[in-house]
Write a protein that binds this ligand. Sequence first.
Ligand code: PSU
Ligand code: MN
Length: 295
Amino acid sequence: MDHLIRTTDEVQAALDGRRAVVALETTLVAHGFPAPAGIEVGLASEAAVRGAGAVPATIGVLDGRVVIGLTAAELERFAPDARKLGPRDLAPCAVQGAIGATTVGGTLAAAAAVGIRFMGTGGLGGVHRGFPTPPDVSADLGVCARVPALIASSGVKSLLDVPATAEVLETLGVPVLGYRVDTLPLFYAAEGGPPVSARVETAEEAAAVADAHWRLGGNGILVGRPPDESLDVAALTEEILAEANERGIGGQDLTPFVLAALHERSGGETRRVNRDLIVANAGLAGEIAVAHAAL
Ligand code: PSU
Ligand code: MN
C-alpha cells in the first residue's frame, strides 16, 4: 500500500491496461461554485468523461493521502473550507491530514505521479491583470511546462490578462490548440481571444498532436474549446476586479471571490455557462483520451 497516494482499483486497472483516463480537479468543486453546486458539477463532469468512454479520476487530498479517483461520498467532503492546493501545497496538506481541493496545477502534478495524461477543466490559470503589481502568475503555467499532459478547457480564465498568458505559454513551449476555432476562447465568451498556435478539427487530431508533442520531448498542451453559449461579462468582471483590489483581496482568494460575485451579479448566468462549459470540456478530454489510447 502506498501511504501517500491512493488510486482506485478502477483507475489503476485502466492505467495498467493503457485505457483512457481523465483527471478532474476539485478546486472548482469546493471554490468555483456556491456550495453545494460544485458537487453536481463534479459528478456531471465524471458522467461526461464516462459518456466518452473514458474513466474519470477526480483528484484531491483527503485523510493524509493524495486520492486519485474520489467516490461520490468523498467528493461531498470538498466544501468551501477545503484548502486550495496548487502544486506547492500538495505535500504539506497530505502530511498535515487536511482536506485539499486541487487546482489545475495541483491536479496535474498528482496525475503525473500516476501516469495520467489528460484533464478537463473550465479555464487555466495564468498571468493576472496588472502584472507586475502584483507579480501573480498561476502555478498552472509552471506545471504545464513540466508535466506531459493535455488540458481541455475554455481557454484561460477571463479575469486574467489572457494575451499575456498566451505569451507565457509560448515561452514555455506549450501548444495552444483551438478546437475548431482560430482564437483562444475567453472562458465565458467564444470570441475575441488571442490567436491559437494551431487549430484542430477532431479529437483524433488533438490526440495525434499530443502524441507527437510528447515524443518530441514536449510537456503540457492546452486545448481551447469555446463555450456553446457565449456570454459577455467583460464590464462586470472589470467592476468586480476593481472592488477586489480596493478590498485587498488577491492571491489564491481572488478567483473564488470573482467567480462568486459574477455568479451573483449576472443573476446566475455565469454559473450556468461555467457549469456547462466545464462538463463539455470533461467530455472532450474523454474523447481525446480515448482517441489517444487507440493510437
Ligand atoms: N476556472 C473556473 N473555476 C475555478 C478555477 C478555474 O472556472 O475555480 C480554478 C482552477 O482550479 C485553476 C485555479 O487551476 O482556479 C487557478 O487559481 P490561481 O489563479 O490562484 O492559480
Ligand atoms: Mn495566483
